[in-house]
Structures are given as C-alpha cells and as structure tokens.
Design a protein around this ligand. Structure first.
Ligand code: CU
Ligand code: ZN
Length: 172
C-alpha cells in the first residue's frame, strides 16, 4: 500500500468508533421482592433505532412486564424510577407492536422467563435513542415486573418491580 492509502486507512480506523453507535448498559439487580435476580441490558443506537439486548437469571418462570421508566434510580424496590417513560403523553400499550402513538415510549411489553429462571432478548425499537433525538433514554431505568403486562390502563397491571437497572452510557 502507498503511504497515503495507509494514512487514510488509519484515519478511518481512528474515527470509526465515533461513527459507530453509542452504547449504554444497565446492570439489572433484584429488588427485595426478588433478591436473586440479576442480569444485564445493553442498549445501542443504530441506523434503524435502539438495539436492546439483554439477559437475566434468577426470576420466576413466565411473562414479566418490561419497561423503561423515567428515572435512573432503583431505591425503594424500584419505585424511585418513577412511572413509564412517556414523552408523548400517550396511553399505555406495547411500543414494539404498536409504536409511540399508541403506547408509552418505554412500554417494551413482556420478557419470557424460562423454567430455569433465565431470559434473553434482542430487538430494535425505531424512534428511540440513547442520547440524541427527541426522546433520549440514557440515565433512565429498565424495570422488570412481578407479573405480565396485560396492556390494560394505566400501566399494564404488572404489579411490583422485581428487577431494576439504571441505563448508563458506557462508550461510543
Ligand atoms: Cu414498568
Ligand atoms: Zn406504559
């Protein structure tokens, strides 16, 4: 390779991390309702929306409501996280299925926990981002609920908060 080619390649590599998406992590910890719960959620801005990847263990088998709540605070059994992130002032729903006009932006539906107490998930949400755009979620919290989200009003009847993690930007 000619020296200029090498330089261009190096310049590209040096800038590539900034061109790529921002990433955040939320360490899920069980509240006093489910102290053995633990897990991790990784959130990444992509061209097509917010990529949400996660896994957890130590939860009861079955469906559990899973939401982004307003504040990145997990005190008081996760109640310090406030209500569902709802920048558009809509009713409760399932933002994955129905979009932000018919659901709170933080209404991520349900997680399915297997018989062994573990769950993994991966999906992309259009119209949400970590730090840019109109509805940034960095610094908010992810909450795992005691019961399934049945999509009823006002917040899905999902009961107490068994897992909570603040969404912290970890790098670019
Ligand atoms: Cu919730
Ligand atoms: Zn909601």
């Amino acid at each position: 390779m000619r020296p200029t080619t090498v330089l261009i390649a190096l310049a590209f590599l040096a800038h590539a991390p900034y061109a790529l998406a921002e990433t955040a992590k939320a360490a899920l910890r069980g509240t006093s309702l489910q102290p053995g719960l633990q897990g991790e959620v990784t959130l990444t801005d992509t061209e097509s929306g917010l990529l949400i990847q996660g896994s957890l263990s130590g939860a009861p088998a079955g469906l559990h409501g899973f939401h982004i709540h307003e504040f990145g605070l997990c005190d008081d059994n996760g109640n310090a996280a406030g209500s569902h992130f709802n920048p558009k002032g809509t009713t409760h729903g399932n933002v994955i299925a129905d979009g932000q006009e018919k659901a709170h932006a933080g209404d991520l539906g349900n997680l399915t926990v297997r018989e062994d107490g573990t769950a993994t998930w991966l999906y992309t949400l259009p119209g949400l981002s970590l730090a840019k755009g109109p509805n940034p979620i960095a610094g908010r919290a992810v909450i795992v609920h005691e019961k399934p989200d049945d999509f009823g009003q006002p917040t899905g009847n999902a009961g107490g908060r068994i897992g909570c993690g603040a969404i912290l930007v970890s790098g670019r």
